[in-house]
Design a protein around this ligand. Sequence first.
Ligand SMILES: Cc1cc2nc3c(=O)[nH]c(=O)nc-3n(C[C@H](O)[C@H](O)[C@H](O)COP(=O)(O)OP(=O)(O)OC[C@H]3O[C@@H](n4cnc5c(N)ncnc54)[C@H](O)[C@@H]3O)c2cc1C
Length: 400
Amino acid sequence: MKDKTVLICGAGISGPTLAFWLQAAGFRTTLVENAPALRTGGYVIDFWGLGYDIADRLGLASDIERVGYHMRELQIVNDRGKRVAGFGTRVFRELTGGRFVTLGRSDLSRLLFEKVKRTTEVIFGNEIIGLQENADGVQVQFKHGGDRRFDLVIGADGLHSTVRKLVFGPQELFEKHLGYIVAAFEVCGYRPRDEDVYVIYSEPGRMVARFALHDDRTLFLFVFVADVGSAKAMTDLSAQKAVLRERFGTDRWECQRILGELDRTQDLYFDRVSQIKMKRWSKGRVALVGDAAFCVSLMAGQGSALAMTAAYVLAGEIAKGGGRHDEAFGKYEGLLRAYIGSKQQGAERFAAAFAPKTRFGLFLRNQVIKAFAVPRLARLAFGRDIIDTLQLPDYGWPAL
Ligand SMILES: Cc1cc2nc3c(=O)[nH]c(=O)nc-3n(C[C@H](O)[C@H](O)[C@H](O)COP(=O)(O)OP(=O)(O)OC[C@H]3O[C@@H](n4cnc5c(N)ncnc54)[C@H](O)[C@@H]3O)c2cc1C
């Protein structure tokens, strides 16, 4: 495979994971990322299961335990910050044999990138604007200079994938909006801090969460109901801040202070909570991976782990296919489709209960959360979603 070249678009989670395993199989990889440097910001993710196993195979288990958090409790608070419901999260570590950690998305992305940055060609601040497939490769046109040929091109460029748009058509054909917007940002020095406790305040149709990070940083997460049209309209930072102020401006708890912090931030993650559903994840010599192919949304709680799993399987099948990319892509989809489909269905079910739209809905949600304080009930409720049903194939990576 020494002279086979693969262009991977997107240096988030699935892109570097794919680059690592393709290199392990002897491919020459190039990562192109449109941001000028690795993206920062965003939410913390719960990380377990196959994603954890792959991180372990990459030699990252001790790093993710070091940079991650072991959450103790999820707490729902009222207007005055008083706990009204909650449950201990030890059950997650029990169900996963201790292999469960809460991680900053950008920390995970950085650790994965560190693994490949010296061995893969990395191009920041550029993007693909044209793809032309011919008999022996794909001719790629870059925004800032020149055409290049690659044997394969993989779109690992997230929910709003450009590769998907160029090869399969506009996002509207594949996007299913789940009815919410998510926004996240972090600040330094915020008080109070509740170490290893995830604190949530809710009003009908919206919620704010606070989580204490290392180095005196605090992460805030907003989720609120919004239709797809208004979600698409909020593209610039000032419009995004304005809508957060409008939605949360009259709310109590710490909302006024949090909105004050929001005024000072320049790094706000803000996006639609959507899924991507496609009949095929590949066409000719181009394939998609991670959110670009099958975004499950934050409601699944596993987007990054699934992106890593898919990248691992795609690399393994490409390597096994020995140049027969169509066969490799077919097997990649065959192995993962049902598994990913069930995660998407689970996320859709959960979305309905995530930010209840009425006071009665909030009351019911809190009663359910209170029930999770009973460990046996929590194990019953979460067991099915936590334990992965897919067996990771072993591809016997020759270059490792
Ligand atoms: C900054 C950021 C913050 C996030 N925060 C949250 C969050 O708070 N909650 C949540 O549920 N999910 C969040 N996500 C999404 C979550 O990380 C993904 O579900 C998951 O990581 C899937 O990984 P992925 O590699 O498929 O996509 P991503 O992690 O989204 O990575 C895609 C990468 O492709 C790059 N890219 C995009 N377009 C192009 C292009 N045209 N050319 C080249 N590169 C391109 C992006 O900059 C990014 O680095 C966030 C994503 C990003 C990029």
